[in-house]
Design a protein. Structure first.
Length: 246
């Protein structure tokens, strides 16, 4: 659970976290994201609901991994489909299947799947997902992956504060570009995004259980954003782009 005893009382609640995983990386040390462990961590960190994707789907078997996440659907878990960029034809079929099941977002793992931004599959799969009305949650360096994702509604999950300027100039021309707050932990990162492209482009993400959820939550709480803006970042913006009712 959280190692920070002041978290629950001192920080604002998160109503929707866009970056949570179940499963494990076979080649990396660290926690295994068993569903029960993940949901317990979310509760301990004041996260009421999470957009959850499967590492099994990303690394081993798309269909069974996506079905595993779909089975977790409920008040705490919003299932997110995963697409395999190494198999663009299979990804086409999975987009159709997921959209038919009412899935609202798909996640891309280009780094884990060793897919470069100029591979034809990236642009193709992004287009198919956008045409199906799906929000794209995209891993990878925003400086490299912004181009093939143009025209879609995208949340860049790995935007680092070192690359803040690159996100801003790309997002100015792309109204569908959003960013997770997970790595925006410099003193003015959240405020810079809010000033230049609007607070509506910021979505809280924690990458539970592979990252300490309190870090982006603490940064949000200590930001210069007002209460309404904090609530939007902590879940309101995610619900809006995903088409969820309050």
């Amino acid at each position: 659970m959280s190692r920070n005893p002041f978290v629950a009382a001192d920080l604002p609640p998160v109503t929707l976290d866009v970056d949570v995983l179940v499963g494990r990386y076979a080649d990396r040390p660290g926690p295994a994201g068993e569903p029960a462990t993940v949901t317990a961590l979310l509760a301990a960190n004041g996260i009421g609901r999470a957009a959850v994707a499967s590492l099994r789907a990303a690394l081993f078997d798309v269909r069974s991994g996506n079905d595993e996440v779909a089975a977790l659907a409920g008040p705490t878990v919003l299932p997110v489909g995963t697409l395999d960029l190494r198999d663009p034809l299979g990804a086409e079929r999975e987009v159709v299947r997921l959209a038919g099941q009412g899935v609202r977002a798909v996640r891309l793992f280009p780094d884990e799947q060793h897919v470069e931004p100029d591979f034809p599959s990236v642009r193709h799969v992004a287009r198919r997902a956008a045409e199906a009305g799906l929000v794209i949650l995209a891993g990878g360096d925003v400086r490299r992956y912004w181009r093939p994702l143009r025209g879609a509604t995208v949340v860049f999950l790995d935007t680092h504060f070192y690359h803040l300027g690159d996100f801003v100039v790309a997002a100015r021309d792309e109204p569908g570009f959003h960013t997770s707050t997970r790595l925006l932990n410099s003193p003015d990162a959240l405020e810079t995004i809010a000033e230049h492209v609007g607070v509506e482009r910021l979505l809280y993400g924690s990458r539970t259980p592979f990252y300490e959820a309190v870090v982006p939550r603490l940064r949000l709480a200590r930001s210069a954003l007002g209460p309404d803006a904090v609530a939007a970042v902590a879940g309101g913006n995610a619900r809006r782009i995903l088409g969820l009712t309050e």
